[in-house]
Design a protein around this ligand. Structure first.
Ligand code: UD1
Ligand code: CA
Length: 457
């Protein structure tokens, strides 16, 4: 049966990153470089993917999990040597393998698909993706003869001054016939400036066997940028960011200032939502329609329903209902569930709590480990005292309750439905339904006290 496979090279150290981390786990727009490559491979329809790991293999494996198979390249002796390590998976297979580098995250599924198609249709043994780069420094160059036929790829370090001027670069992305690749790898040597086994020598070997080498020169060189240092990481991030924002705008989201807006590739945002400047939307966040998000807000792995406003606030791993207003300056911490038509106002922190529909928590309040019913009003400065120095405890507040300003609710404690709590109370015991609780010293008046003090002085 004809196989369609991919091998992603990710064993290199990436010295030019100057990092303790593997280069391919560095992130662009919230996703590791290798994950970008893998996602494009997966979306192009290739389901059998092998990753060559070596330097900091642990980090790459942690990132990719069981989505792919792994082979280890113990010593990094070059890109050709890296592919040799995948032999056990390729041997005896009939079909095609895409070879990609884990540090080239901008390739699109469409380009991978059309490369495989052209490779098959033209009966090529290998097809190389190339592009013309304004500044080809650092890339391997494509050497062609007078008629434009492929001769070989030459690495930057092995070029002469004439060859250095060539603008057509090797992207490092290829489609091979599996058997032809394995055969040609056997003939590689390391007689070059870097003393490495270059994968880039295989097309010339294949051509010299009288087999067909094809080239796809793509129009947009941005698709094949390789990332070797943190400046290129920034450049690639900018391109990815632009792709993501443009996709959101095309699907009906208004982004007031794309320069200061960051949205993850996996975020889903509804039509007619407006994103104000300084907004960061991360992870698998889902935002509904007609929302107003920002300015200066950060939302991570959360769900925000339709017509909700998030103003200058942070929401982490939580959900927020419809027609709710959050902020300015609210902090919603993980595992919170906030209902519909709720108001979470300025300097309110909510942690691991459920807040019922139509509840108002307007200012300067801490709600932690609490279940707050619907239509509740928490006055300014209410604090759930959830921590006794050893353990966290829960606070329950029933529906339609009214908690006055500056009330401490010392957990574990329950306030039942329709209860009222007087301002300044410190509540340590259960408050019955429809009761008023007052838990504070009575006010004492000492008539003439100030005047007497002055006389004494
Ligand atoms: C490589 C190509 C070059 C191309 C460029 C495109 C070679 C010899 N050169 O150069 O023609 O223009 O990419 O970006 O292939 N790797 C391993 N094991 C190794 C060495 C590298 O797994 O022993 C992996 C790295 O982790 C990396 C990828 O292969 O993901 C490319 O290696 P890198 O050293 O960055 O190659 P370049 O010098 O950029
Ligand atoms: Ca590279």
């Amino acid at each position: 049966m004809e196989q369609l496979m991919a091998v992603i090279l990710a064993a290199g150290e990436g010295k030019r990153m100057k990092s303790k981390k593997s280069k391919v786990v560095h992130e662009a727009c919230g996703k590791a470089l290798i994950e970008w490559v893998y996602t494009s491979v997966d979306n192009s329809g290739i389901k059998d993917c092998i990753v060559v790991v070596g330097h900091r293999a642990d980090q790459v494996k942690e990132r990719m999990g069981d989505r792919v198979k792994y082979v280890t390249q113990e010593r990094q002796l070059g890109t050709g040597h890296a592919v040799m390590q995948a032999e056990e998976f390729l041997k005896g297979k009939d079909g095609y393998v895409m070879v990609l580098y884990g540090d080239a995250p901008l390739i699109t599924p469409g380009t991978i698909k059309s490369t495989i198609e052209l490779h098959k249709n033209n009966g090529n043994s290998v097809t190389i993706i190339t592009a013309d780069m304004d500044d080809p420094t650092g890339y391997g160059r494509i050497i062609r003869d007078g008629q434009g036929n492929f001769i070989k790829i030459i690495e930057e370090k092995d070029t002469n001054p004439e060859e250095k001027k060539i603008k057509e670069i090797n992207s490092g992305l290829y489609c091979f016939n599996i058997d032809v690749l394995l055969e040609s790898l056997k003939e590689l040597n390391n007689n070059n400036k870097q003393g490495e086994y270059y994968l880039t020598d295989t097309p010339e070997i294949i051509k010299n066997k009288g087999k067909q080498v094809g080239i796809i020169k793509i129009a947009d060189p941005n698709e094949v940028i390789g990332i070797n240092d943190r400046i290129q990481l920034f450049e690639a991030s900018e391109i990815l960011k632009k792709r993501i924002l443009e996709r959101q705008m095309r699907s009906g989201v208004t982004i007031i200032d794309p320069k200061s807006t960051y949205i993850s590739n996996d975020a889903v945002i509804g039509m007619d939502t407006v994103i104000y400047p300084g907004t960061i939307i991360e992870g698998t966040t889902v935002i509904g329609e007609d929302c107003v998000i920002g300015p200066n807000s950060r939302i991570v792995d959360s769900r925000i329903a339709d017509r909700t406003e998030i103003n200058c606030s942070i929401i982490l791993k939580s959900s927020v209902g419809e027609n709710t207003h959050i902020g300015p300056y609210a902090y919603v911490r993980p595992e919170s569930v906030i209902g519909s038509e709720v108001k979470i106002g300025d300097f309110v922190e909510v942690k691991k709590s459920v807040i019922g529909d139509k509840t108002k928590i307007s200012h300067l309040t801490y709600v932690g480990d609490a279940e707050v019913g619907s239509n509740v009003n928490l006055g300014c400065g209410v604090v759930t005292v959830n921590y006794d120095g050893v353990k966290k405890h829960k606070t329950h507040i029933g529906n339609n309750s009214f908690v006055g300003c500056n009330v401490n609710l010392v957990a574990p404690v329950t306030v039942n439905d329709n209860a009222y709590i007087a301002a300044g109370s410190t509540i340590t015991e259960e408050v019955p339904e429809s009761a008023l609780a007052i838990a504070r010293e009575r006010q004492v008046i000492k008539e003439g006290w100030v005047t007497r003090r002055r006389i004494k002085k």
